[in-house]
Design a protein around this ligand. Structure first.
Ligand SMILES: Nc1ncnc2c1ncn2[C@@H]1O[C@H](COP(=O)(O)OP(=O)(O)OP(=O)(O)O)[C@@H](O)[C@H]1O
Ligand SMILES: [Mg+2]
Length: 334
């Protein structure tokens, strides 16, 4: 039994280990934290709608807010109800759970209860319409906090009942401090290019940052978290491989370019979609005339579209090489 709990301690995901305990611990989102803190402290908490991309601190914010409201863990447990709104169980179960929770009197605890509905954008619109009424009915002693990624999927009637807070992707400089703090605490050596690689690949998602750091540290014990280790762990193409692919596409004939890129992608396990994404970023940074640029991007977006439909990678790679060869040829004709 003990061995098992030891193992669990070792393997605890860093995203959970470093989930902010208090509102002040959240990096970025300062305005939101300040507003929610003052709403709690003045006792005027409205219904809330927190929305924004993954890994930006929405769930952490409301959990930390609830801890601030209720103080002790015991009070927190009995005064909050966390429901996963996207559960396939339907609104009836949700309604019953809310009814039961809202209707129960706590002997020693007074005040407003909090009902957290995570992933609210996955609720059907019927369920959302039903929720409208539920929210009104229990407004007297409960506050609702809806959390979602896409606010456009929440019906206007629910949006208008809530105070909305938009969470933006975290900026690199905001992530960096937290990342370095976690790496230091875990005795995990990093190099500056490793840190930059994690920031680049995370797209402002703190969950991805911590998962990538942990996965890299665990799969490369013998070396620090440097750029190559990060890219190898994430499976994303290495920047200098993208440079080589672009060089082949721009200068080699069809057969040679296809052969070399195919070999590189299969040996390194790169997905063509990732290569296309990085190539697009590279091409947009080149100082290219608008006609060839337009031709390339048009052709590449067609390849990307077909890949998204699940077509054969090898044929799509041939098509990508074809786009470059054709563009080069049409420039000679022009
Ligand atoms: N602003 C932040 N400050 C510090 N850590 C953060 C922040 N945002 C996210 N994290 C880290 O990322 C993890 C995931 O955050 P959280 O669950 O709050 O994201 P979310 O916005 O609810 O994402 P999703 O939309 O995918 O549910 C947390 O455990 C925490 O470690
Ligand atoms: Mg969440």
């Amino acid at each position: 039994m003990e061995a098992k709990s030891d193992m669990q301690a070792v393997q605890m995901p860093w995203v959970e280990k470093y989930r902010p305990e208090k509102l002040e611990d959240l990096v970025a989102q300062d305005d939101i934290v300040a507003s929610i803190t003052s709403l709690i402290d003045s006792g005027n908490l409205p219904h809330l709608l927190l929305y924004g991309p993954p890994g930006t601190g929405k769930t952490s914010t409301i959990v930390a807010a609830a801890k601030r409201m209720y103080g002790s863990t015991k009070a927190y447990n009995s005064m909050t109800l966390e429901l996963n709104a996207s559960d396939a169980r339907g609104i009836d179960v949700v309604r019953n759970e809310i009814k039961e929770f809202a209707g129960t009197q706590q002997l020693f605890l007074k005040g407003i209860k909090l009902i957290i509905l995570d992933e609210a954008d996955a609720m059907t619109s019927d369920a959302q319409f039903a929720l409208r009424r539920i929210m009104e009915k229990y407004s007297k002693n409960c506050r609702f906090c809806l959390i979602c990624n896409y606010v456009s999927k929440i019906i206007p009637a629910l949006q208008s009942r809530c105070t909305r807070f938009r969470f933006s992707p975290l900026a690199s400089n905001q992530i960096q401090g937290r990342l370095e703090h976690v790496a230091m605490n875990e005795h995990c050596p990093t190099t500056p290019d490793g840190i930059q690689a994690i920031l680049r690949l995370s797209g402002g998602d703190m969950r991805r940052v911590l998962n990538l750091l942990q996965a890299t540290a665990m799969s490369h014990h013998d070396r620090p978290v440097d750029e190559t280790a990060v890219y190898l762990t994430s499976g994303a193409p290495l920047p200098n491989d993208i440079d080589r692919i672009l060089e082949w596409l721009m200068n080699h004939d069809f057969a040679a370019a296809f052969r070399d890129i195919h070999y590189l992608c299969t040996t390194k396990g790169y997905a063509l979609t990732d290569v296309l994404q990085d190539l697009t970023d590279k091409i947009l940074c080149l100082d290219m005339d608008s006609v060839p640029l337009g031709l390339l991007l048009d052709g590449m977006s067609a390849v990307e579209h077909r890949l998204a439909l699940g077509t054969d990678e090898r044929i799509q790679l041939a098509s990508l090489v074809g786009v470059f060869v054709q563009t080069r040829q049409s420039l000679q004709v022009l």
